[in-house]
Design a protein around this ligand. Structure first.
Ligand SMILES: Cc1cc2nc3c(=O)[nH]c(=O)nc-3n(C[C@H](O)[C@H](O)[C@H](O)COP(=O)(O)OP(=O)(O)OC[C@H]3O[C@@H](n4cnc5c(N)ncnc54)[C@H](O)[C@@H]3O)c2cc1C
Length: 380
């Protein structure tokens, strides 16, 4: 299927495809087994301008736009959904929120370093008792003298054990419910009140997740992003962007499943024929292709609209839901096509299966996307 890309977009996609093939692919499968994160890869991608594609040049970005960013994410995710996830922690879920809601001083202080990956970032909303229902978060930020004291625990935070800074969401006024949540940019490495712990997980093991425990962690007044009480609005804007990039990661994973399945169906011989000659295998491959193409159109369209300044949550949730569910289906079909070898650690198919599961849960589960879609349609 044809999607018109500019020369700049094609060049960014090609650069990311080559980088992923040359630098990440040779070490990736073994690193995934051992759960090794290599910060130098994130820094190199920063030097190549990947993280800055949605950040203006005056803050160190390249300002090539959402479509370019999505294409880079897709190309990296075809090899590594784990490293593609750093789009969310370096700029989409951190720098972009600072750009849209921070002061000029905050932009100058953080954006160039997130874009270059001199600073590694994270965003921390989820808590042990607050996943889909983020308003039930317990973390508080209490005003104290010339700053705030942050107390509470965040969990399932991508990059928590590695990040230098994080966008952290906490109540400054619990009584106001979502109007009482505020957003802070926090130095995670140099604060005696902050501790991080890594969490073992099933897939995307080259990217670390973990807990961040705040015990009366003192933060200065100017760590507040926006005004007190703006946190929920900032978080919803952030999720509108991170959801699109979860969908872009799904595109790369779907593509990997499709390519590997075609390769195997052409070469695996049973009953004297390549298994790709059997109609039921053809159907599996055709379904995978159709879902992948449809996912692409939804994701590219939502990205192109963001480049036009349109942030339509119906469009983003539709793309997120469809692409991420399609990635799970593609990994499942690839497992079937590979038979016993799909179950073997010798091939990446088992990893596709494991990696795909996180995509339907992060940035709002598939159920949450369907709620957003239905609410938009029903307007009740
Ligand atoms: C690999 C990974 C990385 C992550 N990275 C981050 C990060 O960087 N920062 C961050 O803040 N968080 C992060 N998260 C957390 C993630 O955003 C949450 O897992 C997600 O929001 C869902 O929350 P939960 O897991 O607590 O599930 P729950 O909210 O407990 O949901 C459990 C099940 O109930 C369903 N459910 C819940 N409410 C409803 C409803 N109203 N209607 C229908 N069904 C419902 C859900 O769909 C799900 O199937 C990460 C999670 C993972 C797995």
């Amino acid at each position: 299927m044809h999607y018109e890309l500019t020369e700049e977009q094609k060049a960014m996609k090609e650069l990311a495809t080559k980088y992923a093939a040359r630098t990440i692919a040779p070490i990736h499968e073994q690193d995934e087994v051992e759960g090794i994160f290599r910060p130098e890869i994130v820094r190199e991608m920063g030097e190549l301008g990947f993280w800055g594609a949605i950040i203006p040049e005056k803050y160190g970005g390249t300002d090539t736009g959402f479509v370019s960013s999505v294409l880079i994410t897709e190309a990296i995710s075809r090899v590594s959904p784990a490293y593609a996830g750093h789009f969310l922690t370096q700029t989409v879920g951190t720098g972009l929120a600072i750009l849209n809601n921070g002061t000029e001083e905050q932009r100058q202080e953080y954006l160039p370093h997130l874009v270059s990956a001199r600073l590694l970032g994270c965003f921390a909303a989820t808590e042990p008792d607050a996943g889909s229902d983020l308003v039930s978060m317990k973390m508080t930020a209490t005003e104290d003298g010339d700053g705030f004291l942050l107390t509470g625990t965040k969990n399932w935070i991508t990059n928590a054990p590695e990040a230098d800074i994080g966008l952290v969401f906490a109540y400054t006024d619990k009584g106001k419910r979502h109007h009482g949540i505020s957003c802070f940019v926090v130095d995670l490495k140099n604060n005696p009140g902050i501790e991080t712990r890594a969490t073992e997980k099933l897939g995307q093991r080259c990217s670390k997740v973990g807990e961040i425990i705040f015990t009366e962690a003192r933060e200065p007044k100017d760590s507040l992003i926006g005004e007190k009480g703006d946190g929920f609005k900032i978080l919803m804007g952030l999720l509108n962007n991170t959801r699109l990039f979860a969908a872009a990661r799904a595109l790369g994973l779907e593509e990997a499943c499709l390519e590997k399945s075609i390769e195997y169906a052409r070469t695996r011989v049973q009953f004297g024929k390549p298994i790709g000659k059997f109609q039921m295998v053809q159907e599996q491959i055709a379904e995978m292709y159709v879902h992948h193409e449809a996912s692409r159109m939804l994701v590219y369209q939502a990205a192109a609209n963001k480049d036009r300044g349109i942030n339509d949550n119906l469009e983003v949730s539709t793309a997120k839901y469809f692409a991420c569910e399609s990635a799970v289906k593609a990994a499942d079909a690839a497992m079937k096509i590979y038979g016993a070898y799909g179950f073997s650690m010798e091939y990446p198919i088992q990893r596709y299966m494991r990696d795909s599961r996180a995509l339907v849960m992060t940035e709002g589960s598939s159920n949450i996307q369907k709620i957003v879609i239905a609410r938009n349609l029903l307007a009740l």
